[in-house]
Design a protein around this ligand. Structure first.
Ligand SMILES: [Mg+2]
Length: 196
């Protein structure tokens, strides 16, 4: 359940879902050892959430691009993205500029009808550097421990915090998982192997 009453958009209407990494897939903390190695903590529940999104797109016959955009450049992000099977772009100082270019290129390649490329995009982010994209995105989602200004601007604020099932909760609400039949649910979760 989300904290706000705003309804998430119809999944079939969305062509792109963009995830910030720190504070979305993690609790925004970094653990350091004496050698300077960094560790973060992710939530396995989010892995199944990403699988649900992908399987839903296949079963609905739609193309939905899923990608991680991170300001930081850290091999941990690339590693987690690979495990989740998500495209990942790092060291992106200007997320809005990057996305604008990326989406316009995609629009040109697909010869898609001219519309605001952000209109059917969902962005999930937690901090001030996400605000420009949150403002541009047709729909945006924040965890409950996001910066107050992000929570104020986001279309929906979930009850969950970053790295603690936030992504999973978004996916379940987005796909209305609680309204699926058991058969439909099994279809989405079956044969996922042991990836995440
Ligand atoms: Mg962040």
């Amino acid at each position: 359940m989300s904290q706000t009453r705003t309804k998430l958009p119809d999944p079939k209407s969305i062509h792109t879902i963009v995830f910030d990494f720190d504070g979305v897939f993690t609790d925004n903390k970094v653990y350091l050892d004496s050698q300077g190695s960094e560790f973060v903590r992710c939530d396995r529940a989010d892995g199944l959430g990403i699988d649900l999104l992908k399987r839903y797109a296949v079963s609905a016959g739609i193309t939905q691009e899923l990608l991680i955009l991170s300001t930081e450049k850290n091999p941990i992000v690339a590693f987690r993205a690979r495990k989740l099977g998500l495209d990942c772009h790092q060291a992106i100082g200007d997320k809005l500029g990057f996305l604008r270019q990326h989406l316009e290129k995609k629009q040109t390649e697909k010869k898609a009808e001219a519309e605001d490329p952000f209109k059917r995009l969902i962005y999930l982010g937690n901090d001030l550097n996400d605000l420009p994209v949150i403002e541009a995105a047709g729909f945006s989602v924040a965890p409950s421990d996001a910066h107050p200004l992000v929570k104020k601007q986001a279309s929906v604020v979930m009850e969950q915090t970053g790295g603690n099932g936030f992504v999973r909760a978004f996916v379940e609400e987005f796909l209305s998982v609680n309204r699926l039949s058991l058969g439909g649910l099994y279809e989405l979760v079956s044969d996922r192997g042991n990836r995440n």
